[in-house]
Design a protein around this ligand. Sequence first.
Ligand code: SAM
Length: 266
Amino acid sequence: MIATPIGNLEDMTIRGLRLLREVDVIACEDTRHTQRLLDHFTITTPCVSYHEHNETARAEQLVERIVSGQSVAVVSDAGTPLISDPGYRVVQAAIEAGVTVIPVPGASAVLAALAGSGLATDAFCYAGFLPPKQGQRRKALDIWGSVEATLIFYEAPHRILEALADVAFVLGDRQIVLARELTKLHEEFLRGRVSEVLVTLSHRAVQKGEMTLLISREKAAVAEELPLTEAVRRLVSGGMDRMEAIKKVAKDRGLAKREVYAALER
Ligand code: SAM
């Protein structure tokens, strides 16, 4: 299991390069994609493809190769295989067949993003991609939001605005970091409250680049202590409809909606 760069080719490790040269075959998520990396480093090892749709069948074939004496490297398009990438079934099949599995660590967006975020690193929770549909996404955020750790998600640029609006809806206007284009020319860390990052992004014509979203652990008590008006204001600036915001604050605090209305009118 060999990690490959997530942008900057200098992040390819010396050990990874040696092994990519030495193995009999490289199993790639996308052979054309990996071929560009191999060409850059003048590596001529043959490639075979494995991906989400043929991984189970391919896993058996790859294990058969190893049992017959060959060595096989597994890579994904970028970063560490298996981390929101295929490879899990190959590792499972190898372990079942008693074949040695050797991880060769290197780049992974989740750790690079955390290292540069400035958010707490003592406990973090990586939960892959957020679901693309709003209902499931809000449910997922509700579940992960109770974990006392920095939360980390991968997100596609065309969904980032709706995802951030849902973060504000479910978790409130928390401190977040959006890590974009890590290790690349236009690497960027956007830090601030969800509402602030949303404002920055909304000034851009299009959302683009690879993105990792980190959400600060925030003690529920802090949100609880906010004045009702401020709690509503934060949700509204995070993109929520005013009525919805009032309903949510009332529910979170165990109050009747009219009590929140009364606070707003004071
Ligand atoms: N296996 C990879 C790893 O170890 O990071 C992740 C693969 S996953 C299919 C791709 C997602 O990772 C992207 O959609 C993005 O959310 C995140 N990602 C990958 N490269 C990134 C980068 N250079 N900067 C920020 N996020 C990145």
